[in-house]
Write a protein that binds this ligand. Structure first.
Ligand SMILES: C[S@@+](CC[C@H](N)C(=O)[O-])C[C@H]1O[C@@H](n2cnc3c(N)ncnc32)[C@H](O)[C@@H]1O
Length: 408
């Protein structure tokens, strides 16, 4: 079956940009000035760097840092630069001064703050490196002037957050915080995340009235009453419906050929047969597609707990790093029969459920079409790395807001 990489994810993003009041020239104003020198901590597969590119910012990543060698392989494969491979906790103020970087971007581990975890916050060893970097800020002779932090929802209630804000205040930063999801930017993907934007005085935000606030809508980024500017959480006020209207359907983000062009009757007639074939073939090397189908034993056992979406759907759930290892609560599964037939289907297995491919998850994260994994990275590793990454479609506009009208 042919593979088709769909470019509409990007088109949706372009449409979003056109609809904003921010002209692209504003973001590029400093082009003749020196580029921002950026440090990308916890670089993973480079979501932050892709967001700088997508935001067309005049910025250079002078160093990236990550402890995971497979993530670093992927980063190197795409950017031609291997991140510093080691524990961020071992960095000292002199190391950081050596980079002379004006902007620090950070997406530290989220496990200390997730609902599924123990929520130990700063007491969790995985928070130590982030706390250490924050504590280094006053010790550097050239502290950053711009700082950006991404994490899971829940971080904003943690003791690490309290510490972050305390250190930023003590070091003359002003902050604006957001909880935003790709759904608010026209992408049919629910992945709400916490973001802290910080600027050291005398730098300031375009909309200072939002200083010290936690915002759930991207309006300040756009300065607008744009119809896409809606809080994902406003479901009771019809906000969610409004969002879904402006979202592209999931099919625009799919790479595998769909079944929608087939004759519907033959499609129904074939589903049971196909399910059995899939069950037999799942995981085998006979067809590269088989590995993406969900075995019927799993559908039988977990079907009621699965988040099932159709190509026509305008929303899917957050893909976590455990997607493909577990089916419950790790991300949506795609029914490959057309939505129109679904009412005629009584058995879950007849929906011919499949996993989204890594490329499709990357599309929903608004990664560029030329993003690739090196061949040696396994399927599970690909999902894990993507699950840990971020939505470029959300972070790029945040960067534009953060960096715009600021000379480095
Ligand atoms: C939430 S992910 C960030 C992913 C990244 N933003 C991306 O786009 O892929 C956290 C990353 O931090 C790395 N990491 C965690 N603790 C670290 C430490 N102490 N030192 C260096 N890297 C660390 C992990 O390997 C992981 O890639």
């Amino acid at each position: 079956m042919p593979f088709r990489v769909n470019k509409l994810g990007n088109d949706a993003f372009q449409a979003y940009w056109k609809s904003t009041k921010m002209k692209s020239s504003e973001g590029l104003k400093n082009e003749e000035e020196k580029p921002w020198r950026v440090l990308e901590f916890y670089s993973g597969i480079g979501g932050m760097r892709y967001s700088l590119i997508k935001g067309a910012l005049n910025a250079t990543v002078v160093e990236a840092f990550d402890i995971n060698d497979v993530a670093n392989d992927v980063y190197e494969h795409n950017f031609g630069h291997r991140p510093y491979q080691g524990n961020i906790q071992t960095l000292n103020a002199a190391d950081l001064d050596g980079y002379d970087a004006g902007a620090w971007l950070m997406s530290p581990p989220c496990q200390p703050y997730t609902r599924q975890g123990l929520q130990k916050g700063s007491g969790d060893a995985r928070a130590f490196s982030f706390l250490k970097i924050l504590e280094l800020i006053p010790q550097t002779s050239r502290p950053p002037r711009i700082l950006f932090v991404e994490n899971v929802v829940g971080f904003e209630k943690s003791d690490t957050h309290t510490k972050l804000i305390e250190i930023l205040r003590e070091n003359q930063f002003v902050t604006q915080e957001f909880i935003l999801s790709p759904l608010q930017f026209g992408v049919p993907y629910s992945r709400p995340r916490y973001f802290c934007l910080a600027k050291r005085k005398p730098l300031s935000f375009q909309n200072p009235q939002f200083n010290d606030e936690l915002l759930w809508a991207p309006s300040p980024l756009l300065g607008s009453d744009d119809c896409m500017v809606t809080n994902e959480g406003e479901q009771s006020h019809g906000g969610c419906d409004k969002l879904l209207q402006v979202c592209q359907p999931i099919e625009n983000y799919l790479e595998l050929e769909k079944f929608r062009d087939e004759d519907l009757d033959s499609c129904i007639a074939n589903v049971s047969e196909t399910s059995e074939e899939i069950e037999e073939g799942n995981g085998s090397v006979n067809s590269p597609l088989n590995q993406f189908f969900v075995p019927s034993s799993l559908v039988e056992r977990w079907g009621s707990a699965m988040d099932i979406v159709f190509p026509e759907s305008k929303r899917c759930c957050c893909f976590t790093k455990s997607y493909y290892r577990y089916v419950k609560g790790t991300g949506s599964l795609l029914a490959t029969v057309p939505g129109k037939v679904k009412d005629k289907i009584s058995k879950g297995e007849d929906l011919r459920l499949r996993y989204f491919t890594p490329r499709e998850v990357a599309n929903l994260h608004s990664f560029p079409d030329d993003f690739q994994f090196p061949h040696h990275v396994s399927l599970r590793q690909r999902y894990a790395l993507l699950g840990n990454s971020l939505s470029v479609g959300v972070v790029a506009p945040l960067f534009r807001y953060l960096f715009t009208n600021q000379s480095c």
